[in-house]
Design a protein around this ligand. Structure first.
Ligand code: F6P
Length: 497
């Protein structure tokens, strides 16, 4: 991609850009979704008419519209693996055959969820959900965000191979009323299969007669789950065209449905579908995920920003930054295009972040006065999630908006240590309310933003070969291989391995 046209454009400051009285009307928009409106305010970024026009030309050259059409039509958008990417079909938007398949698999999941609620597997109070990466981050985020007060089943997500993770979960569960979900697209991931085996040992050692009878498998490889010992009736498959980091809409979302009920899960899908339709049907700057991608790429490619930060000013969304890290960095952290050519610029920025207001008292110093320019996303919810004195939520929101204002305005001072340079960009996403539908919309927005970034960069966002080499070396070490570099050998020896 040739960024020279963008690089050559004038660079007005944010204060200069705000001389345009229409700026907020132009760059802040509300999307009506079933769970209430979501406001996407990109006015405090350096997007202006000239930058947007240049990006719209780039989008045309990159055949953004063609790639998007292929995504929704079930075309092979994941060329390196010869596959479609059908996560939108899980939400009911996509090729008719993919949508029908998704609906049939959802019916199967719904039947099992409702049977468990009805007592099919006896009293169930806990679910240990074992999975890693895309098989864990979505369920963990959704449950933490949406099922804090009224979960029908308490879900414990275990990802790490470190036995401390599983030990903590089993320490909080009663074996007689606990089910185990083994969530793995491939059903081969070392961490997941090792944790699953140990969880079954725990059930067996605790006197549960048929530990395998307590397992629900969530996978794109149902045969492997059956071979591992899970009865076919408790295997919930999903299509292999649903990528791990795009899979919370599929049977990987089983713990969400079990904890919150099918209606809530269906509302989450509907919220995602509303954003799918917006993304599919809007063009240019009016397309909100594409607009966000324009800003992302402007900062990464033109202003040299190596990172972007996301701060959720809502405790319920505290896991969102780590969810987005996988979504964005595993999708777009690539140095070659889908055709194998060097990118000719930066790949996706490093995504990092935290929760507000905590982060203000920890890392915001660098955002305001450091030498790095870091575009920031602020996320907030207008309706409070707590029942305490309304002062809590008021202070939370005023702090969120104050930070964006301060980053932009800065403040001059004779004392260099006290001066704020300002002109630092941010975007704000404000949800009317946090509920399953608005949550689904928020996640789908980020999926499409990631896709739009990839389409403009020419990246295939649906493969992840970069994760393989380290796994292979770990397996070689486990298998007894000994010829490594001197540092690695010394570390192995020092750890007694
Ligand atoms: O190693 C990375 C990865 O393959 C992710 O892409 C994926 O979400 C995760 O591991 C878990 O994989 P699986 O669902 O196959 O266990």
């Amino acid at each position: 991609m040739d960024w020279t046209a963008l690089e050559a454009l004038p660079r007005p400051t944010l204060s200069e850009l705000f001389e345009d009285r229409e700026r907020v009307a132009k760059l802040a928009a509300e999307l009506e979704i079933p769970g209430g409106a979501i406001r996407f305010d990109w006015s405090k970024t350096h997007l202006d008419d000239a930058v947007v026009a240049a990006f719209e030309r780039l989008a045309e050259e990159a055949d953004f519209a063609g790639k998007r059409a292929a995504l929704f039509a079930g075309g092979v958008v994941n060329a390196s693996e010869g596959r479609a990417a059908t996560h939108t079909a899980q939400r009911g938007v996509g090729d008719v055959v993919d949508v029908e398949e998704a609906q049939a698999l959802h019916q199967r999941m719904r039947a099992l969820v409702e049977a468990i609620h009805g007592g099919l597997l006896g009293e169930v109070r806990h679910l240990i959900h074992i999975g890693i990466g895309g098989s864990a981050l979505g369920p963990a985020l959704a449950i933490d965000a949406l099922a804090r007060d009224d979960a029908r089943v308490t879900v414990h997500v275990v990802a790490n191979i470190d036995g401390c993770a599983l030990e903590q979960a089993i320490g909080e569960c009663d074996p007689a009323t606990t089910l185990i979900a083994v969530a793995s697209k491939t059903f081969t991931t070392t961490e997941t299969m090792t944790n699953a085996a140990s969880a079954l040992d725990w059930l067996g050692d605790s006197g549960v007669e048929d530990p395998h009878g307590r397992v629900i498998a969530l996978t794109a490889c149902p045969d492997k789950a059956v071979e591992w010992g899970v009865d076919e009736t408790r295997v919930l498959p999903f299509p292999d065209t649903v990528g791990g980091r795009y899979s919370l809409w599929s049977s990987i979302g089983f713990p969400i449905a079990l904890a919150m009920g099918w209606e809530a899960f269906a509302e989450m899908l509907e919220g995602g579908a509303a954003v799918d339709r917006h993304f599919r049907d809007s063009d240019g700057i009016a397309n909100l995920p594409l607009r966000a991608a324009f800003a992302d790429l402007y900062y990464a490619q033109v202003r040299g920003c190596q990172t972007r930060a996301v701060f959720a000013y809502d405790e319920r969304l505290r896991l969102l930054p780590s969810y987005l890290q996988q979504l964005e960095m595993e999708s777009n952290g690539k140095r070659v295009t889908a055709w194998g050519d060097p990118l000719g610029g930066a790949s996706a920025a490093v995504t990092w972040g935290g929760v507000g207001t905590d982060a203000q008292h920890a890392v915001f110093q660098l955002l305001h006065q450091g030498t790095h320019l870091v575009p920031v996303d602020f996320l907030a919810v207008a309706a409070p999630g707590d029942a305490l004195d309304p002062a809590h939520h008021r202070i939370l929101l005023t702090n969120c908006f104050a930070q964006g204002a301060a980053l932009m305005a800065g403040r001059a001072s004779q004392d260099a240590a006290r001066a704020y340079p300002g002109d630092r960009p941010s975007a704000t996403i404000l949800l009317d309310d946090l509920n399953p539908a608005s949550f689904g919309a928020l996640i789908a927005f980020h999926e499409h933003r990631t896709f739009a970034n990839a389409a403009l960069l020419g990246i295939n966002p649906f493969d992840q070969f970069g994760v393989e080499l380290g796994k292979e070396i770990a397996k070689a070490i486990e298998g007894g291989a000994q010829r490594f570099d001197a540092s690695t050998q010394a570390l192995l020896a020092a750890a007694g391995l």
